[in-house]
Write a new protein. Structure first.
Length: 147
């Protein structure tokens, strides 16, 4: 009987990020966890929540969230820093929430960290903080040169 190999990790941090948000939108815990490194020091912080360390704890936290349904989170305004083996993405997440008054939009500011190993790229950290509508506008350094 042939052994079943897990699917290969995505080739780039951008592919992981796309698949991460798709997994949230479909409440697909298997797809979501397939993107995470298996290292015991991976970390996740949800808005207003504690630091969650390790794949099993992260899985349990997302399973609890998915018990309430899918998370309609869409990444916007991604800022990327990437080196040969590490990538850090600062993301403004647009969250659509169904309420009695109708659909509402919430904002979350997140940082996603990816590391490359011999197996490929994998997520090692997701840190999300509550945001407000003002986060839609970035505060950016003014250019140092005037033309």
């Amino acid at each position: 009987m042939p052994s079943i190999k897990p699917p290969p990790l995505p080739a780039t941090p951008d592919e992981i990020e796309q698949q991460f948000y798709e997994a949230l939108q479909h409440a697909d815990i298997e797809a979501l966890m397939a993107l995470w490194s298996h290292d015991e020091d991976v970390v996740c912080v949800h808005p207003g929540g504690p630091r969650i360390v390790g794949p099993a704890a992260i899985r349990a936290a997302f399973e609890a969230m998915f018990a309430n349904g899918a998370i309609t989170a869409r990444p916007e305004k991604v800022r990327r820093l990437q080196g040969p083996g590490c990538a850090v993405h600062s993301v403004l997440e647009r969250i659509e929430i169904g309420t009695a008054a109708g659909a509402q939009t919430a904002w979350v500011v997140a940082t996603n960290v990816y590391l490359r190993s011999g197996a490929g790229w994998a997520m090692v950290a997701h840190h999300a903080s509550p945001g407000t509508a003002r986060e839609v506008h970035d505060i950016v350094d003014a250019p140092a040169t005037i033309h």
